[in-house]
Design a binder for this molecule. Structure first.
Ligand SMILES: O=C(O)C(=O)C[C@H](O)C(=O)CO
Ligand SMILES: [Zn+2]
Length: 276
């Protein structure tokens, strides 16, 4: 498992671009036939990818760094289907996840097995936080997620925000998770920008066609840094950092938060004119 340390904003300001990427970007998460995990000390979140091949299920392993027999001994886990479909079997109960469906798996779960469904591509994105009170495992299909339309085509930020795991949806200890999808012609996410000093947030961009890129912006509002990201790259946003970006076409991303509270609207809005 890769380990990323927590960062102070003053250290990040002058980091060379390669070091900035090493600290905050997680790429190559989706390797055929493998489980890839990244641990960040920012709110002790873990993200990763599992890509089972047809006929070869993958059982979630607990990395040595967690010092726990099973991955969910002290953790809750969210699984998002980024591919076409696949199944997740949680303590013997099988759930089928279609594209953009999310499965919440509670702390105390003993076994999690990922499998492909025939020839469909199964690409499971994993996001986890510490948890000490096992909430029930729950499948939230895309069509059952809380849905909000926001932004405007005239400012190229028309988008749909789907919330799967949140205070009024699937219950969790810390995780708040959803998916935002930009409409054709709209490219700006999370615009106008915000911070939330009470929560870390991680974005995983997907649905970006071949040949396109995302310009992701992080850093303190008056000292921003830019990262060029590709399809299925993730980027860690410490609680002090803005997190917004623009694509060369429309795209979607999974956002997941953990920390002090679960109030989605607890954001400190930042005027576009205050960015530097
Ligand atoms: O496009 C958006 O706006 C978002 O998706 C914002 C994220 O959900 C977020 O940053 C929540 O704190
Ligand atoms: Zn946010």
């Amino acid at each position: 498992m890769q380990i990323r340390h927590a960062s102070h904003p003053a250290d990040v300001s002058g980091l060379p671009k390669a070091a900035l990427r090493e600290r905050f970007v997680a790429d190559a998460l989706f390797e055929p036939g493998e489980q890839v995990l990244v641990y960040t000390h920012e709110d002790r979140m873990v993200i990763g990818g599992v890509v089972p091949l047809a006929g070869s299920p993958i059982e979630l392993e607990s990395p040595a760094e967690l010092r726990s027999d099973r991955f969910c001994d002290r953790r809750e886990l969210a699984v998002v289907q980024l591919g076409q479909g696949g199944t997740v079997t949680v303590d013997g109960v099988e759930y089928t996840l279609a594209h953009m469906d999310v499965l919440y798996i509670g702390q105390g779960t003993l076994s999690v097995v990922f499998a492909a469904n025939g020839d469909e591509e199964a690409a499971f994105y994993l996001a986890s936080a510490l948890s000490f009170s096992g909430h029930p495992t729950r499948l939230v299909r895309l069509q059952d997620a809380n849905t909000t339309q926001t932004g405007d085509a005239s400012t190229a930020n028309r988008r749909t925000v789907y919330k799967h795991i949140h205070a009024d949806g699937a219950q969790s200890d810390q995780l708040v998770l959803g998916i935002t999808a930009l409409e054709p012609g709209s490219v700006w996410n999370s615009m106008p920008p915000h911070t939330h000093d009470r929560r870390t947030e991680i974005y995983l961009y997907f649905g970006l066609p071949e040949g396109h890129r995302i310009q992701h912006v992080m850093g303190e509002p008056d000292d921003t840094r830019t990262l060029v990201l590709s399809d299925r790259d993730a980027v860690i946003s410490p609680s002090w950092s803005v997190h917004f970006g623009s694509g060369t076409t429309n795209y979607a991303f999974v956002w997941v938060m953990a920390g002090e509270n679960q109030a989605f609207t607890d954001m400190d809005q930042i005027a576009v004119t205050a960015l530097a």
